[in-house]
Design a protein. Structure first.
Length: 185
């Protein structure tokens, strides 16, 4: 009976010391949550607000997940549309190299925030980005030829009326084609 009590006490002491060691070795840092998604304009750096970090840290910062699923430190380079859908997380580390990460990860949406109507030039149309002023939804003009006698074209997206810069060349080729067709019969 005494042996059983002694074994039970030793087991309790062993379990207590294991839990005490784990509690001492665990980093005394916590990192808050991130928003589920964050929109960033192309060619901009990550501007996500850092979550709350509690405890004494030696280092902290952002990590971004590569297409291979590997987490690497975010180096501050501008993000591109190729980074759309990638995940980021925040980390904090203590002086002995133990890391704690944000409670969740954040998915990046790398695209402009278009506002207002379309602006255009001779080749393209676009909408201005409300955040960075860049060109969102930029594309070439989509035109349909008007009536057969008109050289004017209207972009189906932005409404720009365009006059063909090749009107003389087109007229010459049409004349030449008609001349050839008249000889052929």
């Amino acid at each position: 009976m005494k042996k059983r009590v002694l074994v039970a006490l030793m087991t309790l002491c062993l379990l207590f010391s294991v839990f005490a060691c784990v509690a001492i070795a665990a980093p005394n840092i916590s990192v808050g949550d991130l928003p589920a998604t964050q929109r960033v304009c192309p060619d901009s750096v990550l501007n996500l607000e850092a979550p709350e970090v509690l405890g004494e840290t030696y280092a902290e910062g952002w990590e971004i997940q590569t297409v291979d699923g590997v987490w690497i430190p975010y180096d501050g380079q501008p993000l591109t549309e190729d980074d759309n859908g990638k995940l980021v997380r925040y980390f904090a580390a203590n002086e002995i190299g133990e890391y704690v990460y944000s409670g969740n990860v954040c998915q990046l949406v790398v695209k402009h925030n278009p506002q207002g109507g379309y602006a255009y030039d001779g080749m393209y149309h676009w909408r201005d980005c409300a955040d960075c002023g860049g060109q969102a939804e930029k594309g070439g003009h989509t035109t349909l030829k008007g009536d057969a006698t008109s050289a004017n074209k209207v972009c189906q997206v932005c409404g720009q009326v365009r006059t063909s810069q090749y009107t003389g060349i087109v007229a010459f080729w049409e004349w030449l084609l008609n001349l050839i067709m008249s000889f052929i019969g």
